[in-house]
Design a protein around this ligand. Structure first.
Ligand SMILES: [Ca+2]
Ligand SMILES: [Ca+2]
Ligand SMILES: [Ca+2]
Length: 239
């Protein structure tokens, strides 16, 4: 919806969608999940995590890959190691997990930070408000949500590049990370590492790694006063 691949409005931002092979329907579909929007469905995302991150074969990916915590073929004829019911239950759990509500909206500093977020053009890609499409799960259908992402791929510069193309995403492109819940990183995960390889030790470092289409926003961030930077971080941590 917000794609502007050739930057026709000339603001330096040229988000585009990824179109990927969907292992479930075996068709090309819009990429929605993953660092480079390289997965079309949550089912495939979960099935991929099972087999690649944990070495657990499943109905969608029934062959041992030797990836993740698996040391290779386990020599057993037990594949797939989980059935459809388990895979579907885990997918439904991930699909229906609630996102925490944003907090402290009446705090003056938070509101000041939200204004700066707009002024620095952060919200051009981290678009606050979206509406979901149809879902067979009524609670998820046509809902107004505040994920702070456009779901699109952007060139984030050489500093963040991994040089690993994924379907249409090139080695410098990443899908805009949603920011909802980002203030709970320490509480939920016990650390404040960010970015695809966890290289940023906190939100400030994560902002400073922004390049490419976000270069001018990053530079504007470095020119803020200390108080302004603190207000912006306070806003991010309220999400
Ligand atoms: Ca543009
Ligand atoms: Ca296994
Ligand atoms: Ca096995």
């Amino acid at each position: 919806m917000h794609a502007d691949e050739h930057d026709t409005d000339g603001d330096g931002i040229s988000g585009r969608p990824n179109w990927v092979y969907d292992a479930v329907s075996q068709q090309t579909k819009l990429g929605r999940f993953g660092w480079k929007a390289n997965t079309a469905t949550l089912l495939e995302q979960c099935a991929g995590a099972f087999v690649h991150d944990m070495g657990v074969t499943n109905p969608l990916f029934p062959i041992e890959t030797g990836a993740g915590q698996s040391s290779g073929n386990d020599g057993r004829s037990d594949d797939p190691e989980i059935d459809d019911e388990t895979l579907n239950a885990v997918t439904f759990y991930a699909q229906s997990l609630a996102v925490p509500a944003s907090r402290f909206y009446d705090d003056r500093e938070v509101r000041r930070g939200a204004k700066l977020f707009e002024q620095l053009q952060c919200a051009k890609c981290h678009i606050p408000k979206q509406m979901t499409g149809y879902s067979p799960v009524a609670a998820l259908s046509y809902q107004t949500i505040y994920p702070y992402t456009d779901m699109l791929l952007h060139d984030m510069g050489e500093g963040l590049a991994d040089h690993r193309p994924d379907f249409l995403a090139n080695g410098r492109e990443w899908k805009t990370r949603p920011l909802w819940g980002i203030g709970f990183q320490q509480l939920v995960n016990g650390h404040t590492q960010f970015l695809h390889d966890g290289r940023a030790r906190n939100l400030t470092e994560a902002i400073l790694w922004h390049g490419g289409e976000a270069q001018s926003s990053k530079e504007a961030f470095t020119k803020l006063s200390k108080n302004e930077r603190e207000a912006l971080l306070r806003f991010l941590n309220s999400l």
